[in-house]
Design a protein around this ligand. Structure first.
Ligand code: THU
Length: 135
């Protein structure tokens, strides 16, 4: 299992946020942590809602916190859940990440025991719709 100080910090932030996940409907708690270009880490958990589609993913919350701090670049992102297969961001969150990521931004997928998989973002979102498509 890969482990560096920077990765450990992302993991710890995602794990702390995940403890506060509000997921009474799915029972699937997710924590996400993004490292912004400055090095600052922002984290969040998923927040579900009785009106199911209104619920938000952990990644969305972490990105919103990053933007609120006036950061605009994701250097790395880690998502943490207890799933049989390593979890990768959902389709909508890949679009959210694309807005602020670089093709080589590392996406780390972790379980409770640590990081299970790491891939460059471009691998997850090869044919994006982005700002350049708006002409
Ligand atoms: N979820 C996330 O927070 N991130 C993902 O990338 C996948 C799914 C949340 C949404 C919902 O609260 C629960 O996991 C089950 O889909």
């Amino acid at each position: 299992m890969k482990s560096t100080k920077a990765l450990d910090e992302l993991f710890a932030a995602a794990a702390a946020a995940r403890k506060n996940a509000y997921a009474p409907y799915s029972g699937f708690a997710v924590g996400a942590a993004v490292r912004a270009a400055s090095g600052t880490v922002f984290s969040a958990a998923n927040v579900e809602n009785a009106a199911y589609p209104v619920g938000t993913c952990a990644e969305a919350g972490a990105i919103a916190a990053m933007v609120a701090a006036d950061e605009r670049r994701i250097a790395a992102i880690l998502i943490l859940a207890d799933s049989s297969e390593p979890l990768m961001p959902c389709g909508a969150c890949r679009q959210r990440i694309f807005e602020f990521a670089m093709p080589d931004t590392q996406v780390h997928s972790a379980g409770p025991g640590g990081v299970r998989a790491s891939v460059p973002f471009a691998e997850l979102f090869p044919r994006p719709f982005g700002p350049s498509n708006l002409g």
